[in-house]
Design a protein around this ligand. Sequence first.
Ligand SMILES: Nc1ncnc2c1ncn2[C@@H]1O[C@H](COP(=O)(O)OP(=O)(O)OP(=O)(O)O)[C@@H](O)[C@H]1O
Length: 251
Amino acid sequence: MDKIVIEHLSLNYSDGTESLKDVSLRIPANQITVLFGPAGGGKSTLLRCINRLNDLADVTMLSGRVLLNGVDVLDPHTNVTELRRRVGMVFSRPVPLPLSIYQNITYGLEIAGERRKARLDEAVERALRQVVLWDEVSDRLQDPAHALSGGQQQRLCIARVLALQPEVILLDEPTSALDPVSTFKIETTLRELRSELTIVLAPHSTQQAARIADTAAFFLAGELVEMQEGEKLFVNPKDPRTQDYIQGRFG
Ligand SMILES: Nc1ncnc2c1ncn2[C@@H]1O[C@H](COP(=O)(O)OP(=O)(O)OP(=O)(O)O)[C@@H](O)[C@H]1O
């Protein structure tokens, strides 16, 4: 089943950059779909269209459709707050709230109206277990989140998103600020989360793309060059531009 279907999506910013040029693709449910390619290819822009974060940018032209479960999220009537709960986002630098570990997880739930302590405790434990952080922090949930290591902070940021029980998570270079061990833990966590939700990720390297992609899409200067199963794309790309990029000939 396709969770997200993007149809003829084009987007220009006010400086005239054509960041997405007639992009159409299908993102399968319960898989990790990787958007990769050289800097400036449009990967972040595409991620930010899926949860309407581009509403905050200086966009001068936007056309096409982004269907989530068949419904166009670009429709002006979309409830954007609800959309962003259903489609969570994780950024490249972990930015925990200046609160305790516990409150980082409960913050969004409390805003959504949950006040019951038992429910909040349960949600904290569940989310921290999902990102394999529970055993490391269960005895110091009231400590400031900033006291955690960078890798732990990023797992906490993922847990914060998961606590809202999203259907999709978007990750924009989530491990670019992390060491290889933390990166490995996050990649393992994402593989396990696939059974519960749909993951769309812009990796920080081609190596990461190849390691983690169930499906991979190669972007170059706003264009989708090709998309296929990760195992096939990284072994036998169809397009010579993809081949040149994955062999390190440019970018
Ligand atoms: N808010 C913005 N305002 C103006 N131009 C932007 C904005 N965001 C991105 N761009 C431009 O759009 C193009 C695509 O950028 P985008 O960040 O989507 O690419 P990317 O493939 O994710 O690259 P990177 O890996 O560097 O993040 C670039 O030319 C970039 O300069």
